[in-house]
Ligand binder design. Structure first.
Ligand SMILES: [Cu+2]
Length: 481
């Protein structure tokens, strides 16, 4: 507004230069006021859905940027088989990524789809002004509102809906990120990704199928059923994994819409070379886990030195393995055994010394076979002590991490595969009951009778078809590898 009036603009520039003379030596990247400069030209912002990020800004001057964002209320998947009525900026959660440059004049158009049931608005944390634009953008269904702001401060900012009840609008997915690049730009990297955490509160527990309504009580207790990256369990796993190559540098623009939980953002197997904590201008180095509060952000950067699957988690770890806050960065390229060797050996560990303890001998055991009833009893205890941690007490496993043993079609036609998996371990992609898994089951150091027992137990439980396996089978399968 100010800048479109030539007179006011002159006055302002005079004022600004007076401030400089008075001795304000603040760097423009750290302080807003001096950021207002001449606006040259105009452009329509390119917005992207997560995990994509709009291209870096190459302009070396401020411009007028027109942003068009549409609110859409829409039923989508929270997880395979679970639906939720999301409220979105642009049609997905998180909302579209906006990228502008420090000093730009943003002309913001908020459109509320005619099919919406409710009015919505937007509070952009990059805005200097009352409500971050909330009041100026209060938009009824089938309406469009407009306001303008100059981005005075560089950084990575959350935007969100601020229509009452605010918590509910955010809990339904109304948030996204706006990046204000500093004038000098961000250092060049090979890949940039957009990752935004959010917590969801549903009537049904995690995984309960059907369309799940919002649960206000759980929200008030900040006790979510789902904690996810990019709006859905599995938005960043399997085919949707982020992909990069050894030797590349990666930048993650990490946001947290909340509404309830602070994220302890961590990438398993990587160290952040650089972090801009809270999305600000300070640079930290060599960080394992960075805090991302609701309504906040962080920028993390790291170089990829070795290949493999690097797992993005909220390190409040039950959220990762039991509520969905898990993503995968799949890195391809040549190994570097000096940096990471992989397992070099797996020896038998005998605290009492080899002379005292002997491993259960194959011969000794096979001469004394167990009855099926004995196997089921031993197997039950072994399951609880050995398998339960991953495959869960009910045998249902954990989506995207541990496959189910319940009615598993993996071994249905060939029960010996259970023995195979336990004795030799299992890695690489498999499909169990139609769902893909690509993880690691370590081989279990158990005796032949123990393996026969726990395998028999699995066969006769969890809705599997029954049957019996023997120590002899284990001996035979052990020899295969
Ligand atoms: Cu809203």
């Amino acid at each position: 507004m100010i800048l479109s009036n030539p007179f006011l603009k002159k006055v302002f520039l005079l004022f600004a230069s007076a401030m400089m003379i008075i001795g304000c030596s603040k760097n423009s990247s750290q302080q807003g006021d001096s950021s207002i400069g001449e606006i040259k030209g105009e452009e329509v912002a390119v917005l992207t859905f997560a995990p994509d990020v709009p291209p870096p800004i190459t302009r070396n001057h401020a411009t007028k940027v027109i942003v068009n964002l549409e609110v859409i209320e829409k039923e989508m998947e929270m997880m395979d088989g679970v639906k939720y009525n999301f409220w979105t900026f642009g049609g997905q959660v998180p909302g579209k990524f906006i990228r502008v440059r420090e000093g730009d004049l943003v002309e913001f158009h908020l459109k509320n789809d005619p099919s919406s049931k409710l009015p919505h608005n937007i509070d952009l944390h990059a805005v200097t002004g009352p409500g971050g634009g909330a009041v100026s953008t209060f938009t009824a269904p089938g309406h469009e509102t407009q306001f303008s702001f100059t981005v005075l401060n560089p950084g990575l900012f959350i935007y969100h809906c601020a229509t009452a009840p605010v918590g509910m609008h955010i809990a339904n997915g109304m948030y996204g990120l706006i990046l204000v690049e500093p004038k000098e730009g961000l250092p060049k990297v090979d890949k940039e990704f957009y990752v935004c955490q959010g917590d969801f509160y549903t009537k049904g527990d995690y995984g309960e199928s059907g369309t799940q309504p919002f649960d206000m009580e759980k929200a008030l207790e900040e006790n979510p059923d789902y904690v996810v990256f990019n709006g859905k369990v599995g938005a960043l796993t399997g085919e949707n994994s982020l992909k990069a190559n050894v030797g590349e540098t990666v930048r993650l623009f990490v946001g947290n819409g909340g509404p309830g939980l602070t994220s302890s953002f961590h990438v398993i197997g990587e160290i952040f070379d650089n972090v801009y904590p809270e999305g600000g201008s300070t640079l930290n180095h060599n960080v394992q886990t960075t805090l991302v509060p609701p309504g906040g952000s962080a920028i993390t950067e790291f170089k990829l030195d070795v290949p493999g699957n690097f797992i993005l988690v909220d390190h409040a770890i039950f959220r990762a393995f039991n509520k969905g806050a898990l993503g995968i960065l799949q890195v391809d390229g040549p190994e570097n055994k000096n940096i990471f060797s992989g397992q070099q050996d797996d020896r038998i560990y005998q605290p009492e010394g080899g002379a005292v303890q002997t491993m259960p001998s194959v011969d000794a055991e096979t001469v004394k076979p167990l009855t099926k009833a004995e196997k089921l009893e031993i197997g039950k205890a072994l399951y609880a002590s050995t398998c339960l941690a991953c495959h869960q007490a009910d045998g249902k496993g954990i989506e995207n991490a541990f496959p189910p043993l319940v009615k598993s079609d993996y071994f249905a036609s060939n029960p010996e595969k259970i023995i195979e998996v336990i004795t030799h371990g299992l890695t690489g992609p498999i499909t169990v009951n139609g769902k893909p898994y690509n993880s690691v089951m370590p081989k279990q150091t158990l005796s032949d009778n123990q393996i026969a027992s726990v395998a028999t137990y699995v066969l006769n439980n969890f809705g599997n078809k029954g049957g019996e396996l023997h120590a002899d089978d284990v001996v035979k399968i052990r020899k295969r590898k």
